[in-house]
Design a protein around this ligand. Structure first.
Ligand SMILES: [Zn+2]
Length: 323
């Protein structure tokens, strides 16, 4: 039974245990997740598959695959580890498999979908996806990757320059507010996607370089949207402000092309400081929420503890609900 899966802590490997629990929550909602691993000869994918299905509770064989990238048996940032795991697992799958999905491209819906410029943009974004996918044949493409558009608009002539990027995690800063009990995801998203005024960018069109505006939007979402709350700053100190993260929400208030709903499936929580902290995961199993803390499993009931998630939540896994 999936809910009985737990992992030993080998010194400081709670970051890996917590991430594995989050990946188990994705596995439940992305059926091709497991199928892919069975088709590959990669030892890494096999190890991961054994861990995700509860056939192995010792993470050491899995972790050794990452030992040239990080010190795996010491404290690590779970968000960084997530990026490394996604990239290495995808690398190990190169050319060996491609998962079939109902739709070839990630979802990009917009209320302006009849608009001509939107149709042109869709064509362009789909071509970019094809180009990227032809070089990245990993089975996690649709699961964890979406497309982002960043745009610089010249304020003199309104011409713009676009940059399109792939993303597999969005990091949102925590705003500084007097009343910290009122901070929620919307204020963080607003801060993350706020338009920026920049000076000194030279416009190709009118050759003016006075003032331009930089904006960033998500074009499409992966099946699993991973959101990191930026609790750690450059000085490695931690922001412990509680941030209210919803169980489900839509993104259309901030993000161009999305009006689909996201629903929370797991949260990796962090307590303590960056150098001396501990990770555990709160995740959904069926209609039940459980807490997974290394070897220990605590049954929480039909609802996760919102206060605890607000206080300690660090890496959030949201599933895209197709409308
Ligand atoms: Zn211009």
């Amino acid at each position: 039974m999936a809910e009985e899966i737990s992992f030993h802590n080998h010194g400081s490997t709670c970051y890996a245990n917590a991430l594995l629990q989050c990946l188990i929550s994705c596995k439940e909602f992305v059926p091709e997740f497991s199928k892919c691993f069975m088709n590959t000869n990669s030892r890494l994918c096999l190890e991961l598959q054994l861990l995700l299905t509860g056939l192995r509770d010792d993470t050491r064989n899995f972790l050794r695959f990452f030992s040239d990238k990080m010190n795996v048996f010491s404290q690590n940032d779970i968000a960084e580890f997530f990026m490394i795991v996604v990239s290495l697992v995808n690398e190990h799958n190169q050319g060996t498999l491609q998962c079939k999905s109902d739709s070839k491209y990630p979802l990009s819906k917009n209320t302006l979908s009849q608009n001509a410029s939107y149709i042109i943009q869709t064509k362009k974004m789909n071509e970019l996806w094809d180009k990227w996918e032809s070089q990245n044949k990993g089975c996690w493409n649709r699961t964890f990757f979406g497309q982002m558009i960043s745009q610089i608009t010249c304020m003199s002539c309104k011409e713009y320059n676009q940059n399109n990027e792939m993303f597999n995690m969005i990091s949102i800063p925590i705003p500084k507010m007097e009343n910290i009990s009122k901070i929620d995801i919307w204020q963080c998203l607003k801060l993350a996607f706020e338009d920026e005024t920049i000076e000194g960018w030279k416009c190709d069109h009118c050759k003016d370089n006075k003032i331009s505006k930089k904006s960033q939007r998500l074009w499409s979402s992966p099946e699993i949207l991973v959101i990191q709350l930026k609790r750690f700053d450059h000085n490695r100190s931690k922001n412990n402000s509680p941030v209210h993260m919803p169980i489900s929400f839509t993104m259309n208030r901030f993000l161009l092309a999305l009006d689909d709903k996201f629903t929370l499936i797991s949260v990796a929580c962090h307590i303590g400081s960056l150098n001396s902290g501990h990770y555990y995961t709160i995740r959904k199993t069926g209609d039940q929420w459980n807490m997974y803390d290394d070897d220990h499993i605590y049954y929480l009931g039909k609802k996760p503890c919102i206060e605890e998630i607000s206080r300690n939540g660090y890496l959030f896994f949201y599933k895209l609900v197709h409308s």
